[in-house]
Design a protein around this ligand. Structure first.
Ligand code: NAD
Ligand code: UFG
Length: 339
């Protein structure tokens, strides 16, 4: 069993991963500046697992804060979630994104190197495949510049990680390329709690369902897809969290830098999400069709066979589970962790 530092561990995917790490018997130290999360998520992680974790409030951009954590705890591996993730915002304040995501990741690598910790799992994104690759995306396809600054930071960090692993054999790095994470822990105790207006589809749908928003706007109905709305590969956040436990175990045992897609491989349209949510949860989602959102791709989904073959990872949850669990979380927590 290992001692794992989880940067950004109080956030949506991080908190679910802490549950799976603790349940698998690992020790967890969360390092998070709480800029987009609440410590309450970690209280609930501990209640759910009946185990304790260590929480350190700090910022990955700051050398002293990070170095102190590595001095105080004998860390075996790092799972790195910390960063900013709003695509639209990244177009308005690119420097802030470069600072938190790129400079923050560089500082983390430096502190790890100083402490002699070389095992890292990084939260990447399907966005690194750019606009030209056909779906299903495969890990060895050529990557290209994403059309937004957030995606650019993910590509940059991936490339830096590849290069440090080539230069120093002790590094062992997993690049997990997430598709579209949705859902929540089945207890409804932890889930996605975006600040302000949600950018992503799923929290928007659940906030309409709970009455916090009037209606869902579907961005574009004239895409070259079966029903004209965009298609994505939605993955249950608990399946995604489990992939991190498998990846960190794999990396503690191997060298080099390796990428894995984490998606179901099944394209689902935006309209299907709305209709299936209505059916599974017996709630009507008032909806309007509006013009396309700038930068959206018509469709993309994963070839997840590498994660299956090499990590033994298989998604277990269905689309219906994802939509029922998202609603269960929102229903129990109408105002997120503030309720
Ligand atoms: P989140 O915002 O819920 O979690 C990120 C956490 O990082 C938050 O708790 C935030 O407070 C913390 N943080 C931000 N900047 C920090 C800093 N400088 N120092 C310390 N902590 C900091 O987001 P999430 O959805 O859980 O995403 C986790 C990771 O996965 C991110 O790197 C994100 O880019 C990546 N990712 C997310 C998605 C998605 O759709 N949710 C898709 C692909 C990749
Ligand atoms: N959508 C709507 N209405 C909304 C919100 C979203 O119709 O209110 C649609 C979008 O147009 C898109 C689909 O729902 O077609 C999914 O949108 P999300 O914003 O939930 O997710 P994206 O696929 O745009 O974004 C995801 C990740 C990013 C990543 C990006 C790569 O959240 O981390 O894929 O394209 F960078």
């Amino acid at each position: 069993m290992a001692k794992i530092l989880v940067t950004g561990g109080a956030g949506y995917i991080g908190s679910h991963t802490c549950v799976e790490l603790l349940n698998a018997g690992h020790e967890v130290i969360v390092f998070d500046n709480l800029s987009n999360s609440s410590e309450e998520s970690l209280n609930r992680v501990q209640q759910l697992t009946n185990k304790t974790l260590v929480f350190v409030q700090g910022d990955i951009r700051f050398e002293k804060e990070l170095d102190q954590v590595f001095q105080e705890h004998k860390i075996d591996a790092v799972i790195h979630f910390a960063g900013l993730k709003a695509v639209g915002e990244s177009q308005k304040i690119p420097l802030t994104y470069f600072d938190h995501n790129i400079a923050g990741s560089i500082q983390l690598m430096k502190s790890m190197e100083k402490a002699g910790v070389f095992t890292l799992v990084f939260s990447s994104s399907a966005t690194v495949y750019g606009e030209l690759n056909p779906s299903p995306y495969q890990e060895d396809m050529p990557l290209s510049l994403p059309n937004n600054n957030y995606g650019y930071t993910k590509l940059m960090i991936e490339q830096m990680l590849q290069k440090i692993a080539l230069a120093e054999m002790r590094w062992s790095i997993a690049l997990l390329r997430y598709f579209n994470p949705v859902g929540a822990h089945q207890s409804g105790q932890i889930g996605e709690d975006p600040q302000g207006t949600p950018n992503n589809l799923m929290p928007y749908v659940t906030q309409v369902a709970i009455g916090r928003r009037e209606k869902l706007s579907i961005f574009g109905s004239d895409y070259p897809t079966a029903d004209g709305t965009c298609e994505r590969d939605f993955i249950h956040v608990v399946d995604l969290a489990k992939a991190h436990v498998l990846a960190v175990t794999n990396r503690l045992d191997q060298q080099g830098c390796r990428a894995w897609n984490i998606g179901t491989g099944i394209p689902i349209s935006v309209l299907q999400i709305k209709e299936t949510f209505e059916k599974v949860n017996r709630i009507v989602i008032p909806t309007e069709f509006v013009h396309r959102r700038v930068g959206d791709l018509a469709a993309f989904y994963a070839d997840a066979s590498r994660a299956k073959n090499e990590l033994g990872w298989r998604p277990q949850y269905t689309l219906e589970d994802m939509l029922a669990d998202s609603w269960n979380w929102q229903k129990q927590n109408p105002n997120g962790y503030k309720s």
